[in-house]
Design a protein around this ligand. Sequence first.
Ligand SMILES: [Zn+2]
Length: 211
Amino acid sequence: MQFPRAARFLDLRESMDAYGIPPRLQGQFTSCIRFHGVTAPGIFISVFMVDYALELLDAQPGERLYAITETYRCVPDPVQVIAGCTFGNHRLQVVPVGKFALTMNRSSGDAVTEGIRVYVDADKLKKFRIINSWYTHSPEFRSQTMIFPLIDEILSAGRDILSFQHVRVKVPPKQSWESARCNNCGEMVPDSMIEDGICRGCGSMSYYQVM
Ligand SMILES: [Zn+2]
């Protein structure tokens, strides 16, 4: 789903100007595509989603926020780049239910807090033929010829394919832990990660064999 490099950014920039995308948002598209590594249509939608969620939250630049995305595809990248909620700082979680959706909220000492959920709205999508055929994985969508028209339609649609909800989300409790040593590999893990005396890496989540 890549197109020639020379054409890529020129046409992209022209489309963004043509649809009145503000420079702030144009910069975010560029940073997120660079971070993502390829010019994926889902990144454009995700940038609009994060920007919308931040505005609805009335978030201030640099504010400490938390995010949950509902897919591993595309959405986590703009959340990390734009909102600073990363996997590494524990402020990004993925609940992989297969939806292009995300919830963002402020930090809270309570067990439950209020947040904003932004999602791709199936009804609104019907007005956008190309996005709809791509999003629904329709055989009508031809990535060879339709990728540019698709990105064009995403840029012109902006927030018009999105809806939002005010939601209450559970705040995960802070758990205390002690260090424990695996009886098999001898490496150390938090005690909650030990199953029948061995670590999950040696047990239920084993993914490699030592050569
Ligand atoms: Zn082990």
